[in-house]
Design a protein around this ligand. Structure first.
Ligand SMILES: [Zn+2]
Ligand SMILES: [Zn+2]
Length: 344
């Protein structure tokens, strides 16, 4: 039995393809994909063919943010049945190594993660996936929201790494999808004052609609603006979600004495100068984030209860057959698109 795929056949090119419907392992679900979110990493692979040492060898399936319906279950599956609606946490850890055993399975060196070469993604009709990494979507939660649990999990992991709590102030640098989900997570955790910087008006508008305080970094000096608004003190938490070198340098200036900087955006240059002295003079802490762990249940709860309305990020929807257009627009129409999703 074959299924339809949308495969990356060359740089900037996605075309319809065919593949075998994957075979089911003992504890696997066969999931009919209903929604795939377009992530910044997918767009990088589409446009540049690589992220750091991960290089795309076409044909390649993009996509790691997904939700769908269980079509069939393996003989050992106990928690799901055909017809169940699920979101898939896209990394499958080994379960055996010291990191997995400590519960820090996102650090598992043998993790198999959708759309991270050579592992194929989920821009296709069916995937086989272990039930242990599938999460039931509660009634009333859409497939779009299910797919967006993935970037929301990054936001929550970042906020938790920073020790976010009620009464704090924060600044999120970069209002792309991850910056916005970080804003949602901070608000859900009771951080009421959250400045959000970006240079694109559509993203800043979305940040404002979600309760952030927008700071347009192309019109004003964001450091001066945030310091002024905090009486010169800076904020308790600075979360860098752009991967931009200039923004990363701003984190040391923005953080309050004793505060915490969380680096989320993958720095394109890896090596960069940083004002360590300034950070030390404030006894501030730097934390980093690699994906997330043990977050899906709380992310689902936060969406269902309404405290993290992640569905509001979706600005553009495309059909499966429009995958090429969806990715082209993600590259070319950054000033319009906040978050694009592909619906199957
Ligand atoms: Zn993603
Ligand atoms: Zn492991």
């Amino acid at each position: 039995m074959t299924m339809k795929t949308m495969e990356m056949t060359a740089l900037g090119r996605i075309e319809p393809g065919k593949a075998e419907i994957p075979a089911l392992g003992e504890s696997d679900l066969l999931v009919k994909i209903k929604c795939v979110g377009i992530c910044g990493s997918d767009v990088h692979y589409f446009h540049d063919g690589r992220i750091a040492d991960y290089v795309v060898e076409p044909p390649f399936l993009l996509g790691h943010e997904c939700a769908g319906v269980v079509e069939k279950v393996g003989p050992g599956v106990t928690k799901f049945k055909p017809g169940d609606r699920v979101a898939l946490e896209p990394g499958i850890p080994c379960g055996e190594c010291e990191f997995c055993r400590e519960g820090k399975y996102n650090l598992c060196p043998d993790v198999i993660f959708f759309a991270t070469p050579p592992v194929q993604g989920c821009l296709c009709e069916y995937v086989a996936f272990p039930e242990s990494m599938a999460f039931a979507l509660p009634d009333g939660m859409s497939f779009e929201e299910g797919a967006l649990l993935e970037p929301l999990a990054v936001g929550f992991h970042a906020a938790l790494q920073g020790g976010a709590r009620v009464g704090q102030s924060a600044a999120v640098l970069g209002a792309g999808c991850i910056g916005l989900t970080t804003l949602l997570a901070l608000k859900a955790m009771g951080v009421s004052t959250v400045f959000v910087t970006d240079v694109l008006a559509n993203r800043l508008e979305t940040a404002k609609a979600l309760g952030g305080i927008p700071v347009n970094a192309s019109a004003t000096d964001p450091v001066a603006a945030i310091l002024e608004a905090t009486g010169g003190k800076g904020v308790d938490l600075v979360l860098e979600a752009s991967g931009n070198e200039r923004a990363t340098l701003q984190t040391a200036e923005l953080v309050k004495r004793g505060g915490t900087v969380v680096l989320i955006g993958m720095a394109a240059e890896g090596v960069m100068p940083y004002n360590i002295g300034l950070l030390m003079g404030k006894e501030a802490t730097i934390k980093t984030v690699f994906r997330y762990r043990n977050i899906y249940p709380l992310a689902i709860e936060s969406v269902v209860s309404g405290v993290a309305p992640v569905g509001r990020l979706v600005s553009h929807r495309y059909g499966f057959d429009e995958s090429q257009k969806a990715f082209e627009e993600a590259v070319e129409k950054k000033a319009e698109i906040v978050k694009g999703v592909i619906l199957l």
